[in-house]
Design a protein around this ligand. Sequence first.
Ligand code: MCF
Ligand code: FE
Length: 431
Amino acid sequence: MVRSQKIIGASRVFICDEGFCILKDGGVLYESLDYAQSGDLQSAKILAVGDYENLTRTYPNAQKEFWHNGVLLPTLVNAHIHFEFSNNATNFVYGDFGQWLDSVIAKRDDVLSDITKSVSQAIDSQLRSGVGLVGAISSYGYDMEALRKSALRVVYFCEAMGSNPSAIDTLFSNFKARLYQSMEYKNTRFIPAVALHSPYSLHHIYAKYVLQEAKKLQTPISAHFLESQHEQEWLCHGSGYFYNFFAHTFGVPNPKPFYTIQSFLEQFVGMEHVLLTHCLFADKNVLEIMRENAYNIVTCPRSNRLLNNTYLPLEINTKTMPQAHTLLNIALGTDGKSSNADVNILEEMRFMLFAYPHIELNVLATQILQMATRNGAKALGIQGGILEHGYNADMVVFEIPDIEHSCQEALQCILHVKEAKRMIINGREII
Ligand code: MCF
Ligand code: FE
């Protein structure tokens, strides 16, 4: 197998380690694979990180490039996105989760028809915005071919949903067909995984079968969790919007929730990469259970504003747990176009910067960049999101005018980045 070594450098290198170290005129030595020979069966890694001049002197045979007024960082991570809903612009109702869900059920078939072009545009928009790793939630498997053939690194979550006990066998065999199809495609850049849609939309027996598959195959797990006040009321009291949803929309006599908050969380105990998306209505006790079990949170701020009029309080790691033993790992996602105007992670990051005015600006900027790199990769179980020896050779360069003269690099980066100028995924130049 042919592997060569290359060096890429830039005026500023964001390592995205715990302390958010920034190198001036830094560089990364990485493996570059011969794709014709090995494709994605092999993974290309970072070999060394340091001063650009030093690296070029120590490895004189490595091909090299340097970006003036460039920022080099690990490729960004969009930890929660629904590609299948990319056709949507104005079909769904925003402002209340119940109204949104009613509109999804009414208009879903229109939005899901003829998605080939919009899925490919959404993939392009990930790459152009510097995203190298996605947590893709697939409800139907319609996006599988496009994603596995794309240049992205993909954790592909086959989603299970369905509450009618008499349909469980059919639903489960459809789910297994999608999961085993995705297993056929498994390689270093396409990693099959399992999603439970949510506690309100999934029968607990169906969930049990699905989780047995996840355990057997040792996949990451994702679920939408405590996204709305309605969901919280349903799980805690069996009343509210979801009572009417099941009783009237679906004609279920005397409906009852399938879970309590605790019993939903208990299903994942002992599993390694559990991603719970939204968690807007998780109280202190719920967060404590999540922390004890090292579950990850994915937050999608624009989706949360549109559907539920609120944001995840980022203080959950400081205020509720001042002793800060293990912190909750929080990653960032755009959600789908089903609950957002676009799926551009740079727009999501900028939006987030303005959504938390009580957090000091530079502190927040650093936190957002970490959420969109190391935290996302950690949640998805991928050795990426940090520029360090042994991590994936997944990197992006953005050009930012006069960044060399700024002392607020993280903040200016979020404010000004538009498009990736150079992108490397699994040691291969994509852009
Ligand atoms: O994250 C948002 C809001 N919460 C739940 N589901 C979805 C979101 N965006 C898309 N969805 C999908 C979900 O995967 O919408 C359907 C499912 O296919 C909702 S349930 C009819
Ligand atoms: Fe979602």
